[in-house]
Design a protein around this ligand. Structure first.
Ligand SMILES: [Zn+2]
Length: 291
């Protein structure tokens, strides 16, 4: 059976056909509509899937935001702000005429990464650090989604009660400090206005402020990981995302985590799937649910 996989992110939409062996074909991308309204998203999804839909038998969606009963609710107004409640599976099922399921993108990615570990571990946590900070928890071989879809939103746990406001409306979330957006927002003087990628480049050239900003992100993530270990007793934490996989970042996090008491340390692994973890995780879930 061929699955049409869709990934809905804050900046781009991706789709591909995925076969039973998890090979991706005809991957395509579009920018997420700038207006972030339900109509604009529906139109963009139609354009995205039009060349693919005739070859698929079902649809699996990984999306940013909270997925509850097939509907999408944005947690961060900067990501999909116009979408307080978007009937995601219903809309895509109507567009495609195919059975459709949806899951949060970081939860989907966690499931793909869990499978990549070949069941060596039963308890693992996935953290993605990119524009935002997302997460997914696998406990005793099961992906936790929660009754309301919120499980694993670890980027919105507290890092600093006096920290910057987070896009979710809470002050001092991990995401507000450790994410690419958080790194860029804290830049001052010569680095003000630059994005995280440029700040990483400057750190590589020895810029002291850039190095400090990246260390702050890594130490915030290390504290989150210690909290996650205390909460879930996970056997490993897999790190993904453009910041998480940036050169040298994982080593910084490992170094900070090594300063924590031994009970809160846990092996860290770099994500196996890079940009396709969300797509593949959604397909794996669709295969298992036999939709
Ligand atoms: Zn938050």
């Amino acid at each position: 059976m061929t699955t049409l996989a869709i990934d809905i992110g804050g900046t781009k939409l991706a789709a591909a056909l995925v076969d039973e062996a998890l090979n991706l074909h005809q991957r395509r991308e579009l920018p997420t509509p700038a207006s972030k309204t339900a109509d604009a998203l529906q139109t963009a999804l139609q354009t995205l899937v039009a060349p693919l839909v005739s070859a698929a038998q079902r649809v699996a969606i990984a999306s940013t935001g909270i997925i509850r009963d097939g509907a999408l609710r944005a947690i961060n107004p900067h990501n999909l702000g116009g979408l307080l409640h978007f009937p995601l599976t219903e809309t895509v099922a109507t567009i495609t005429g195919l059975p459709t399921m949806a899951v949060n993108d970081a939860q989907a990615a966690a499931w793909a990464e869990y499978h990549a570990l070949q069941r060596v571990y039963r308890d693992m946590v996935f953290l993605t650090v990119s524009t935002g900070v997302g997460g997914g928890v696998v406990s005793n071989g099961r992906l936790l989604t929660g009754t309301g879809g919120l499980a694993g939103h670890l980027g919105h746990t507290l890092a600093d009660p006096n920290g910057p406001m987070c896009g979710c409306g809470r002050r001092g979330c991990v995401e507000a400090i450790a994410s690419g957006r958080g790194i860029a927002a804290a830049a001052e003087g010569e680095l003000a206005g630059y994005d995280a990628k440029t700040i990483f480049n400057r750190a590589g050239l020895g810029n002291a402020q850039a190095i400090r900003l990246i260390h702050r992100s890594a130490s915030t993530l290390a504290k989150l990981i210690a909290d996650v270990k205390a909460t879930t007793d996970c056997q490993c934490v897999v790190i993904g995302g453009s910041v998480g996989l940036a050169d040298g970042y994982l080593a910084l996090v490992e170094n900070d985590l090594a300063q924590e008491p031994a009970a809160y340390r846990v092996p860290l692994l770099a994500a196996h799937y890079r940009h396709d973890a969300g797509l593949l995780g959604a397909v794996l879930l669709a295969q298992e649910k036999k939709i």
